[in-house]
Design a protein around this ligand. Sequence first.
Ligand SMILES: CCC[C@H](O)CC(=O)SCCNC(=O)CCNC(=O)[C@H](O)C(C)(C)COP(=O)([O-])OP(=O)([O-])OC[C@H]1O[C@@H](n2cnc3c(N)ncnc32)[C@H](O)[C@@H]1OP(=O)([O-])[O-]
Length: 715
Amino acid sequence: MAQYSRISGSVGLITLKNPPVNALSAAVRQGIVDTVEKALCDPQVKSVVICGQDGVFCGGADVKEFEKSMSGPPLIPMIHSIECATKPMVAAIEGSALGGGLELALGCHYRIAHSKARLGLPEVTLGLLPAAGGSQRLPRLIGVPAALDLITTGRHVTAAEALQLGIVDQVTDHKTVDAAVKFALSVAGKPLDARRISTYPCPVVTDLDALFEDVMQKVRQSARGAIAPIACVQAVRAAATLPYTRGMEREKELMATLFTSGQARALQYNFFAQRAVGKWRMPSGARWDTSTPRPVHKVAVIGLGTMGRGIAVALAQAGLPVVTVEAQEKQLMEAKRVMSDMLKRGAKRRGVAPPLDKISYSSNIQDLADVDLVIEAVFEDMDLKKKVFLQLSAVCKPGTLLCTNTSGLDVDQLASQTRNPELVVGMHFFAPAHVMKLLEVVYGPRSSPQAVATAMQLGKKMGKISVAVGNCRGFVGNRMLKLYTEQASFLLEEGATPDLVDRAIEEFGFPMGVFRMSDLSGLDIGWRVRKEMKLAVPGQSARIREGRRYSPLGDLLCEQGRFGQKTGRGWYRYNKPGDRVAHSDPWLHHFLEEYRAQHGLVARRIDQQEILERCLYPMINEGFRILQDGIAAGPEDIDVIYVFGYGWPRHCGGPMFYASMVGLEKVLERLEHYYQAHPDVPYLQPCSLLRRLVAIGSPPVQKWREVIKNLHSQL
Ligand SMILES: CCC[C@H](O)CC(=O)SCCNC(=O)CCNC(=O)[C@H](O)C(C)(C)COP(=O)([O-])OP(=O)([O-])OC[C@H]1O[C@@H](n2cnc3c(N)ncnc32)[C@H](O)[C@@H]1OP(=O)([O-])[O-]
């Protein structure tokens, strides 16, 4: 809807009304058409201001409408008629002007923004391009290079940057609508020809071909198979080389291809999935909207290894006072130096003062007596962690939330060390913790809803995308990852090489293949865990352990001191320890040949499709088990974890969405095939939830929660 009124005698005021972000639904577009007509026909009105209700100008086209058939007036002619209006049209931008919202503002003759407003054309993040004239008007207004940057990245700019770029005409710290009305009064009756952006020539660029070639190359490299960034470059090129009307035709053509693509569906699903995970619920029925978080004014981090340092920095950057504790004085001093540098670098990037005074450093656990929440980040060793929790329970004031940053140990065992197990949850950050967006909040059987709500709220304050999950070995992310890495090792035994497997994974869209990733994080970490579990036994190379197939390849490399990048040797060879460029290693190929010969294995040719199916489908199958076990509340939770924590290509939605795109029937059939071929790998057996979904006709991913709910209610 849009509401019309007249203020200050001669200014028509159009207010967009569609909470919470005034998206341009069919009703809003109809409202704009009607109210603009009213304003233009009203002889008393000399100029018009368009604003949005509740401090938000407009969040763009209504993404929820994309799945339905189009109704209501289309955006392009609506914006065109605003630009053609004979009375000055002024956009009053508060909150956000994004996508179609900014395109609407670009159709106006003037734009006034509040200093806190954010503007951008983020369509590319939804697998689209700014197809309501944005790709044609923005380059004409701010030049091709700046428009390419905004449109291909989708980044939001502040009002100050928008002013500098020339997107807005004025920035105000006061009431935006008042400033816009004052402005509208001042421009009433002035000629408008020079204010219609579509009539501007596109600013000339010297060596246009070189610029576009360079941008296209960069986009192709970073897009990793995503098609929207490429279409965005093509659309801006049309603006730079064609008259406006032909450019608009090209924009429409490119949008038509994107709009119906699987990638756009995946990215839009992901947009809503990110929001869905905030609405968490526990199997007990406790939920986000009925659980009140405890206040957190002061936080502590115990253990200042890589993870602890990153977590403390992220907390300080979020404005929270943090007490850090590290028992070893030398390690404490080193951590202080490194963390101060991290804070300074981060502050420089953001143009703010480094929050150095937010962190205090101590080697005494007694200093945690008055904090509201502790994040334990000591070495990944259950006995050590248990000791720390016992101490924390004695030292901290009653009511302090005790969180562990374990990447997979049993949260409930740790809770049992404390006086108040209901106040214990996992907060599993991802390295580097001050950069990575994902946080798994892990609740044990005794964690209270209030504890979960508090950890979720803290995650949000830290700018993380937090997902609440149940307690099991590896939680969601690492539980699924284990099968992925194991299958990759099996493929090496059967004839593949690390390069071959990594290439297939990277071509699929992961930023790094499984072996390159393993070299980066260090092979010794998994080795230590397997040794603790008595799975890895030095000197042993048996391929069946605990009654199932096992690949000792990683253990054998570790026994040779090949821990990955840090030792200059791993699945690849590096020029020196710590180097990042992986080189294919003839030693490893020879080692694999010898290994196969020793075990009587005959290498076979393995193609890209098998690599993808063998690495991805078992993970997906485990995802179904996780849903069946109630560890994750819905497929969105798993997909968000994989996209934001594990580099799953966002334009493929996440593993569960990807399964629905491939077709559940096909995933089931391939799993059955591989299970038959490898009966000693029990997890290849298709999960019964997957079978059930196929049996009821493979409903879309958005409907799976219902099926799972019914399944749980029958148990
Ligand atoms: C021809 C067409 C061409 C055109 O160029 C195409 C486009 O414009 S494409 C569009 C280009 N625009 C974009 O890509 C902008 C996308 N939006 C955003 O980036 C953020 O929502 C915004 C920054 C605006 C507010 O952030 P915040 O304050 O943290 O709030 P929040 O994020 O939590 O959202 C609150 C609620 O609003 C919902 N919702 C939001 N936007 C839309 C939408 N467009 N539609 C529908 N719904 C939308 C959201 O799902 C959530 O619902 P719920 O049921 O409460 O979970």
